[in-house]
Design a protein around this ligand. Structure first.
Ligand SMILES: Cc1cc2nc3c(=O)[nH]c(=O)nc-3n(C[C@H](O)[C@H](O)[C@H](O)COP(=O)(O)OP(=O)(O)OC[C@H]3O[C@@H](n4cnc5c(N)ncnc54)[C@H](O)[C@@H]3O)c2cc1C
Length: 416
């Protein structure tokens, strides 16, 4: 079913009885050309682009829970391409370009909103670091504006500019950055893939791999063995656990990160703001809730929930940045599992097992990557060679010492 003004009108006039399910909840077949493990944003986008761009439609996406139960339905929805290193900028800018035409492409309202992402700086040294980042972005054709204090004050007069410890000196703005509705992104890709024949199979956990003479021939699941010529691993926070089933030890640790939503308030925050002197960032959803988050919980875990010390830390950051937020009540908070790579950059690559491909290491930034990661992972699966935009995301870069240390924190996942 194609969504349009006319389909809306037609259904409005016929009691809304003509709408069909957004995507097909499939039963698994015995064999596929390609199996993608994980129905998160990355897995669904990969299946969509495999079918749409490469004509590979005999594909299954296997999900251990329900579609969207992982990080795709848990993130704080920020999209941006304000990266520093050449290996990352090209990829994230490609993702941003895909976001800009995504809704028309998959005919679904993902509420992509380019409301701007502003990173605040609080010292001369931090301004220089942001100026460098902005220049690197501009050299790659990405928009970036370095704002001074007065320009930021004109945009966001309610911020605590004269805080004694963290006075705001200015900010780096990416106007094309913003937010998108995370679950609609999953539904839109699921719909586009399902329409093209992809089977999306829920409640189907992959429990093992069938490997013969170094080549993948299928997977073991809670719903039986399923054969496949190729298998793509896209399980985010569970990457190290699932890869271990194929005998691989990944340079990834899983950490918890939390998100928070306040009660709905009138329009207050026009864009995405990140505090540069602590771990806090915030935007406002179209329903009025303030959506915010902060640092990792700081310990390794596979539990999708966080702890109170981090709740306190995040709220402290919020109150330092905009004291009036102290009067807003938190409605809910939750946690998700981050696949923290050793250098803070992702992996889209082949593995030592022939026919088994890996998409992992997205840290807490993989939502904005969904379109490009799906595009590049589909390309790798279909053509057996990396896409040029993801050329730097090799698995062996850790062994070669050629890391992509975007944040400059070195090989400590908990600091990224
Ligand atoms: C609180 C929070 C805030 C975030 N904020 C942002 C943000 O603002 N911007 C941004 O860019 N990124 C953000 N992220 C990160 C982003 O959400 C993730 O990097 C991204 O969603 C990961 O890719 P995914 O969507 O494919 O993961 P997921 O949705 O987690 O998909 C992986 C799927 O694999 C399934 N799976 C696992 N094991 C198996 C198995 N054995 N068999 C079958 N299926 C399996 C899981 O159930 C899951 O559904 C945030 C994350 C969190 C938790």
């Amino acid at each position: 079913m194609h969504y349009s003004f006319f389909s809306l009108l037609q259904n409005a006039l016929t009691g809304h009885r003509g709408w069909t399910p957004t995507w097909r909840d499939a039963e698994p077949k015995g064999a596929y050309d390609v199996i993608i493990i994980g129905a998160g944003g990355h897995g669904l986008a990969t299946a969509y682009y495999l079918a749409k761009e490469h004509g590979i439609r005999n594909v299954a996406v296997l999900e251990k829970g329900w579609l969207g139960s992982g990080n795709i339905g848990r993130n704080t929805t920020i999209i941006r391409s304000n990266y520093l290193l050449p290996g990352n900028i090209v990829f994230y800018e490609w993702s941003m370009k895909l976001w800009e035409r995504l809704e028309q492409d998959f005919n679904y309202n993902a509420m992509v909103s380019q409301r701007g992402v502003l990173n605040l700086y609080h010292s001369d040294g931090q301004r220089d670091v942001y100026a460098r980042r902005g220049n690197a972005m501009r050299l790659h054709g990405v928009d970036a504006d370095l704002l001074d204090r007065d320009q930021v004050r004109a945009m966001l007069p309610f911020l605590n500019f004269d805080d004694a410890r963290f006075p705001i000196h200015g900010g780096l703005l990416q106007k094309r950055g913003g937010t998108a509705r995370h679950d609609a992104v999953a539904w839109g890709y699921a719909r586009g893939a399902s329409d093209r024949g992809v089977d999306i199979v829920q409640n189907c956990e992959v429990t093992g791999f069938v490997i013969e003479n170094g080549r993948i021939t299928g997977v073991e699941t809670t719903r039986g063995k399923i054969l496949a010529k190729k298998v793509g691993l896209s399980v985010a926070g569970n990457s190290s656990r699932v890869a271990a089933l194929a005998g691989m030890r990944l340079p990834i640790e899983s950490h918890v990160i939390q998100a928070f939503v306040s009660e709905g308030v009138k329009p207050l925050i026009p864009n995405v703001i990140t505090f540069g002197a602590g771990h806090f960032y915030i935007s406002q959803s179209d329903k009025g809730g303030l959506v915010f988050g902060g640092d990792l919980d700081g310990y390794k875990s596979y539990a999708q929930r966080g702890n109170l010390p981090t709740v306190r830390d995040v709220c402290e950051g919020g109150v330092a940045l905009m004291p009036m937020i102290g009067r807003v009540r938190i409605l809910r908070n939750w946690g998700g599992i981050m696949d923290m790579s050793a250098d803070g950059s992702p992996i889209i690559d082949k593995t030592p097992v022939e026919g088994l491909y890996l998409n992992a290491g997205w840290n807490y930034g993989g939502f904005k990557a969904v379109p490009a990661a799906g595009w590049c992972f589909a390309h790798l699966n279909a053509r057996d060679e990396p896409h040029s935009a993801a050329a730097a995301f090799r698995l062996d870069r850790f062994a070669r010492g050629a890391v992509l240390d975007e944040k400059g924190q070195g090989p400590q996942p908990n600091l990224h």
